[in-house]
Design a protein around this ligand. Structure first.
Ligand SMILES: Cc1ncc(COP(=O)(O)O)c(C=O)c1O
Length: 397
């Protein structure tokens, strides 16, 4: 049927929709997907680590043994055996996490959105690190918070600085392990101080931890949720240890909060796919990750070292950078007068890409910073890309 005399629609978007910002990284990725570009821009894990055969066998097993359950609707809070496995793996150092505290989500990105929905009102004070994960800033900003940046130094978030800014805050969003974007980690002492300070000030502490297992030396740091399960909200993900394509993450929270998050999730998508949860449970239950994660650590650790060595050799002495002991990112600080956005324009002309640091700041962006990821680029191309960047930087000093 063709409708005649139709007026073109005048869309009136909600105030909320009008506040939505495109993710700068997703925009850059569109450019950098051309194969000739050496891209240090992505935050994607290396596809070389995806256990395709293991996943294939697990899908086959689940579909052939419990296919009718796997293909049915499932409970909003998630597949119980997987929630039990997660609760067990987080019950360390004497802490007891129960499966009822675990809500399965469609990637941990969904947990950020649900937390925003449940904890943030227009104008609520929300504390974030300086800089912080861009995807969290994007998820929270939809709910109109007053985002306050908490002081960080070369060792990450400074717990003592919280007293000045925390009054009335709805939450503190922290990334203690190999932070995205800086690659920094918090010391055990700072973790304890942070947990204690948040408990004293009555501020819920979100511990976002997709990279914790990717310590190159294989020594995971203690989790803040185990230090105070009543005050810490933990977020985990299978994206960086298994595969991001299955979109499976989780949030672990005190019971009153997890119930609210469950209601928010019900409205958002009813539940996360039962099939993928059952497959992932089948894969992880007998210790697959204990064998698989060391392979990821070795690959990333080696490529990180290649990049650090190349930077040491070629970057001008005025440039500083972090030396991560795990995860996927190195953070670079250029001399103050330099602008990473302008550098990106020139680098793209020479087919090298990275992410300028400014979008990772909730306030007062440091425009002389940038993020490099080394995980998807082979060593030879890492060296070539760093040499090109070094020349471009040197020409501006
Ligand atoms: C710090 C951090 N949190 C959360 C996410 C979201 O991950 P996913 O939704 O794949 O679990 C990412 C993705 O890169 C991240 O870096």
């Amino acid at each position: 049927m063709k409708i005649e005399n139709q007026n073109p629609l005048q869309w009136q978007f909600s105030d909320r929709a009008n506040k939505m910002q495109p993710s700068f990284i997703r925009e850059i990725l569109k450019i950098t997907q051309q194969p000739e570009v050496i891209s240090f821009a992505g935050g994607l894990p290396s596809p070389a680590t995806f256990p395709v055969d293991t996943m294939k066998a697990a899908f086959d097993h689940v579909l052939s043994t419990t296919g009718k359950v796997a293909l049915q609707y499932g409970p909003t809070d998630g597949y119980m055996p997987l929630r039990e496995w997660i609760a067990d793996s987080l019950s360390t150092n004497g802490a007891k996490i129960v499966p009822e505290q675990v809500l399965m989500t469609s990637g941990s990105q969904q947990a950020l959105d649900l937390l925003g929905k449940v904890l943030i009102d227009e104008g609520s004070k929300v504390l974030v690190e300086t800089p912080s994960y861009l995807g969290a800033l994007q998820a929270f900003s939809v709910y109109g918070p007053n985002m306050v940046s908490v002081e960080t130094d070369e060792h990450g978030l400074v717990p003592q600085s919280l007293d000045k800014v925390a009054e009335g805050a709805r939450l503190l969003y922290a990334l203690p392990n190999f932070q995205n974007p800086t690659g920094r980690s918090l010391s055990v002492e700072r973790r304890q101080q942070l947990v204690e300070t948040c408990a004293r000030l009555g501020v819920p502490l979100i511990e976002d931890d997709p990279y914790g297992a990717l310590s190159y030396k294989g020594e995971p740091m203690p989790k803040m949720v185990a230090m105070n399960p009543d005050g810490v909200i933990y977020m985990g993900s299978f994206s960086k240890v298994l595969t991001p394509g299955i979109r499976l993450g989780y949030v672990v929270a005190p019971l009153p909060l997890v119930r609210r998050l469950e209601l928010a999730k019900q409205a958002a998508d009813l539940h996360t796919a039962q099939l993928t949860q059952m497959v992932v449970h089948h894969v992880v239950k007998d210790g697959f990750l204990d064998r698989h994660i060391p392979e990821i650590r070795t690959l990333y650790g080696n490529q990180c070292q290649v990049m650090l060595d190349a930077m040491e050799q070629h970057f001008p002495k005025e440039v500083q950078w972090t030396k991560p002991e795990g995860g996927m990112f190195i953070w670079v600080t250029l001399p103050k007068h330099m602008n990473a956005m302008e550098l990106l324009d020139e680098a793209l002309k020479q087919k090298v890409a990275f992410v300028p640091g400014a979008p990772f700041y909730a306030n007062d962006p440091a425009t002389n910073t940038l993020r490099l990821s080394f995980v998807t680029v082979p060593p030879e191309r890492i060296r070539t890309g760093i040499e090109i960047l070094a020349k471009l930087i040197a020409a501006k000093i």
